[in-house]
Each structure stands twice: as C-alpha cells, then as structure tokens.
Design a protein around this ligand. Structure first.
Ligand code: NI
Length: 134
C-alpha cells in the first residue's frame, strides 16, 4: 500500500491554479492514467484548458463551478465531473472565502472508444457507466 500525500509533491503554478503533480510518485509505469491535485483560491478562475485526454475529477473540498460546452455546473464536495476528450473547460471558484481542492485523473481514450466510430462502443460505454448488460 502506498500513501500518497499532496504535501509531498512539488507544486507549480498555472496562473492562479496551484498544481500538485503525481510525477514524484513514479507511478507512470503501473497506472494507465495521470493524476494530480489542484487548488483554486476564493473568487478565482482557471485558464481555459483543452486536451485530448479524458479528465475525471473529484471535488475534495469546496465547490467547482465547471464551465464547459456553454454551461456552468456547480460540482460540490465529494461530487465528480467528467470532461470528454477535446472538451474545453474553465474552473471557477465562486466562493468568497473557501478554497477549492480537486483531485483529477486523465488518460487518452482508447482507440476503439465510441468517439472513434468503431464497433464495440456501446459495450464499452456501458462498462464505463458500471452497468451490467444482459
Ligand atoms: Ni483539463
């Protein structure tokens, strides 16, 4: 068992966002995804981000107001948001006094994912949603 602690990473700033990358844990060879924590101070907005990786994030504390596809959605503590490959996104912390902490994972979608238009997509989608198909 590994205990992975944000404070043992080497953080860097992207605008007002502080990123706590997992690089230092040297897990790239055994995990099929990248991961990091990031924080946003009160009343702050991230730069727009857009990348080919799918991004799955858990709000650890605070509320992330996630702007994507022309909508802003409030994602509360303990809740999760999923951004699709190529889906531009901006994260707002609209709280006046609480900081926002998010844990995020990201990976390249499989070549045979539904987006690529090849067969087997529906099954893969159901598997990702945790459904059992009969
Ligand atoms: Ni992103």
């Amino acid at each position: 068992m590994r205990h992975l602690v944000k404070e043992s990473t080497e953080p860097y700033a992207v605008g007002v966002v502080d990123v706590f990358p997992w690089d230092k844990f040297s897990l790239g060879h055994r995990l099929p995804f990248g991961a990091q924590w990031y924080t946003l101070p009160p009343n702050a907005t991230s730069k727009q981000d857009c990348h080919p990786e799918v991004e799955l994030s858990i709000v650890v504390h605070g509320t992330a107001s996630v702007e994507a596809s022309g909508q802003i959605t409030d994602v509360g503590t303990g809740e999760v948001f999923l951004l699709d490959s190529g889906e531009a996104h901006v994260i707002h912390n609209r709280s006046g006094n609480a900081s926002l902490l998010v844990f995020t994972t990201f990976w390249m979608p499989p070549e045979d994912s539904p987006d690529s238009g090849t067969a087997g997509g529906e099954e893969a989608e159901a598997a990702m949603a945790g459904e059992t198909r009969t």
